[in-house]
Write a protein that binds this ligand. Structure first.
Ligand code: GUN
Length: 280
C-alpha cells in the first residue's frame, strides 16, 4: 500500500474548508494566519507562498510579512508582540531558518503559546510531552495522520524514529508514546541503525540522508513514513530507498507526495484550532 499524502491532504483541506464555513456562520469571523518571512532563502519562499495559497483556498485570512535578511531582531520581536495583542490574528508563524543575528529561541518564545501554530513554544512542547492538549508541530502531526490511515491501532507497536530534531523527531516520539507505541529514538550517534530498523513495526525517517533506509534494513510488513526531502542528481528522494523498501513494507509514503502535502494541511488545521480555542 502506498500512502497517498496528496489525496489525504486534499481530503483534510476539504474538511477544514467546511469547518471554516460553519465557524463563519456562527461567529461571523474566520481564522487568520500571519506568516513572517525574513530574508530570501529560496526554499522558505516557496513554503511560505504555498502556506498563503492553501490558507486562502480554504477561507483562512492569510497575510505574509516580509523583512530583508538584515532586519533587526527587535523589529521582528516587536511585530510578534503586536500580532500577539491583535484579537483578529489566530495564528503566528515565523518561517525558519532565520538569519544568524536573530535569536531563534527568543523569536519562538515571544509568540503567544495560544497563537503558536507551529507548536514550537516550550509551553506547547511541555504540554505535548505531558499528554495535555497543545498545538502539535505540523510535520509530525502530518506523519501521525498518515500513519493512522495505514494502521488504526498502534498500541504496543515498536516504532523507530530516525532523527531527534525539535521539528520532528522529538514531537513525533511524544505522539507515538501517546498511542502506546514502544519508541526507539535513533540519531547520528546510534551504533547500529540497521539493527534498530530491523526490529521496527513502524519507521519514521527524518534525517535528510538520501535513500538511507534500504530493503534489507526492514522487516516484512513494516509501515514506513518518510519525511526526507533530498535533492539529488536524479531528482527529489526521501530518506528511504522507496524501490527497495516498498517491496517489503505493508505501507509506505512516497517522496514527493507523502508527508510534504500533509504538513501545510496540518498548519491550516492548527490555525483553525487556535481560532476555536480563542473564541470558545
Ligand atoms: N521551516 C521548515 N519547516 C518549518 C516549519 O514547520 N515551521 C517553520 N516555522 N519553519 C519551518
Amino acid at each position: 500500500m502506498i500512502i497517498d499524502g496528496k489525496k489525504i491532504a486534499l481530503e483534510l483541506r476539504e474538511k477544514l474548508k467546511k469547518k471554516i464555513m460553519e465557524l463563519k456562520s456562527f461567529s461571523n469571523s474566520v481564522p487568520a494566519l500571519t506568516v513572517i518571512l525574513v530574508g530570501e532563502d529560496p526554499a522558505s519562499k516557496i513554503y511560505v507562498k504555498n502556506k498563503e495559497k492553501f490558507s486562502k483556498e480554504i477561507g483562512i485570512n492569510s497575510e505574509v510579512i516580509k523583512y530583508p535578511a538584515n532586519v533587526g531582531e527587535k523589529v521582528v520581536l516587536d511585530k510578534i508582540k503586536e500580532l500577539n495583542k491583535n484579537k483578529k490574528i489566530s495564528g503566528i508563524l515565523v518561517q525558519l531558518p532565520l538569519p544568524k543575528h536573530i535569536d531563534k529561541r527568543k523569536v519562538i518564545e515571544t509568540i503567544l503559546p495560544s497563537k503558536d501554530v507551529d507548536g514550537f513554544h516550550p509551553i506547547n512542547v511541555g504540554n505535548l510531552s505531558s499528554g495535555y492538549e497543545s498545538n502539535i508541530p505540523c510535520t509530525p502531526l502530518g506523519c501521525y495522520l498518515l500513519l493512522k490511515k495505514a494502521e488504526k491501532n498502534l498500541s504496543g507497536k515498536h516504532a523507530v524514529v530516525i532523527g531527534r530534531s525539535n521539528l520532528n523527531g522529538k514531537p513525533m516520539t511524544q505522539l507515538l508514546l501517546k498511542e502506546n507505541c514502544t519508541v526507539t529514538v535513533t540519531h547520528s550517534k546510534t551504533k547500529d541503525l540497521k539493527k534498530e530498523c530491523n526490529r521496527a513495526d513502524i519507521i519514521i525517517a527524518a534525517v535528510g540522508s538520501p535513500k538511507l533506509v534500504k530493503g534489507d534494513w526492514v522487516k516484512k510488513g513494516v509501515i514506513v513514513i518518510d519525511v526526507g526531502i533530498n535533492k539529488t542528481d536524479s531528482g527529489i528522494v526521501g530518506d528511504v530507498d522507496f524501490d527497495e523498501v516498498s517491496k517489503v513494507a505493508k505501507a509506505i509514503t512516497p517522496v514527493p507526495g507523502g508527508v510534504g502535502p500533509m504538513t501545510i494541511a496540518c498548519l491550516l488545521n492548527n490555525t483553525i484550532e487556535c481560532f476555536k480555542r480563542a473564541n470558545s
